[in-house]
Ligand binder design. Structure first.
Ligand code: ADP
Ligand code: MG
Length: 326
């Protein structure tokens, strides 16, 4: 008998198995498989819930991550999943496993950042769990939010011929991390995108309220990997235009020195920007969303994801999106 390895199954293969085994219930509109679970509350509202783990050495490195920014980031990346459905964040739950090396002052800095960030989004810390960790600092954050019934933007709503949009700029966080890992000091704008990302709650709410998008998620694992989730859920393919990717000034500057770094915008991850589809090709301008969102390609009826260069040749990204087990 061959022993199945986690690295062969992959993070998403494992999640797919859980999805097949989990079962459902009548009030559970969506279970495993989207940015949040959706539960019907009454005839008007639905409850959105998402949970994230942040493990020292996997998700953050205390050598360059201060405890206050870490507290902020834990909230923002979790609330980003509420933004990805178009919902309103309400309540947070915080689990902390503390290693013996951490001081009370450091934990207080963390809490300060966490609560300040929660307040920024109008969310309140309502519970959690605290324990000791024999190894790394481990943080678990759960967020609940709400949305009007039927308004949540899911991953399976894309249609053939629709335009693909992304908010903000791509690759900044991954470039900052790459530079930090190489012992270099990134530009402050890149660094803040990595250490203290923002959740695009207002944009997400606008898109759901005004019914401007058909499918949406937030980019946590990289554009290609996360677009792949929309394509798989919607049973379609996509064509992206490499030259259309929105890049920041500091990113473009580093890119001029090393053009291969474009792969960080395609597959770097931790962008926490919203990626969505819309039947409207002129949406950004028509809906007053310039320069917040950029059209980067189209959904196509055949399967697969292709990236086109300016001269119409195909581009091959050498990076894979983030998978915890590969
Ligand atoms: P995101 O990047 O948006 O946070 P993930 O890729 O982490 O989403 O998860 C995809 C889906 O799988 C989500 O619906 C999430 O709730 C679910 N999921 C992930 N891990 C587990 C698990 N261990 N048990 C149940 N559901 C899980
Ligand atoms: Mg998400």
């Amino acid at each position: 008998m061959t022993i199945e390895k986690l690295s062969d199954l992959g993070e998403f293969g494992l999640i797919r198995r859980l999805q097949q085994q989990a079962g459902g219930r009548e009030d559970l509109v969506r279970g495993i498989g989207d940015d949040c679970a959706i539960q019907r509350q009454d005839s008007a509202r639905e409850l959105l819930t998402s949970t994230d783990l942040l493990i020292e050495g996997v998700h953050f490195d205390r050598r360059w991550t201060g405890m206050e920014p870490l507290g902020r980031k834990c909230v923002a990346v979790n609330i980003s999943d509420i933004a990805a459905m178009g919902g309103v964040p309400k309540t947070l739950f915080l689990g902390v496993a503390c290693p013996p090396t951490i001081s009370v002052a450091e934990l207080e800095q963390f809490t300060h950042g966490f609560l300040a960030e929660a307040q920024k989004y109008g969310a309140v810390l309502a519970g959690g769990d605290t324990c000791a960790s024999p190894g790394p600092l481990m943080i678990s954050v759960t967020v609940q939010g709400d949305i009007a019934c039927g308004k949540a933007l899911c991953r399976d709503g894309a249609g053939a011929g629709e335009a693909i949009y992304v908010s903000g700029t791509l690759g900044d966080s991954a470039l900052a991390l790459t530079l930090l890992q190489a012992g270099k000091g990134p530009d402050p704008q890149l660094l803040s995108r990595h250490l203290t990302p923002a959740a695009r709650v207002d944009l997400g709410r606008q898109l759901s309220d005004r019914q401007l998008a058909t499918a949406m998620l937030d980019i946590s694992d990289g554009l290609l990997s996360d677009l792949g989730h929309i394509l798989a859920a919607s049973g379609l393919g996509a064509e992206l235009e490499l030259a259309a990717l929105p890049l920041s000034g500091p990113f473009s500057k580093v890119l001029r020195e090393d053009p291969t770094l474009i792969d960080l915008a395609l597959a770097g991850g931790e962008d926490y920007e919203l990626l969505f589809t819309s039947p409207r090709q002129d949406l950004a301008r028509a809906a007053g969303l310039v320069p917040t969102v950029t059209r980067i390609g189209n959904i196509v009826p055949r399967e697969g994801l292709q990236i086109r260069c300016r001269d119409n040749s195909l581009y091959h990204c050498s990076r894979k999106g983030f998978d915890h087990f590969s």
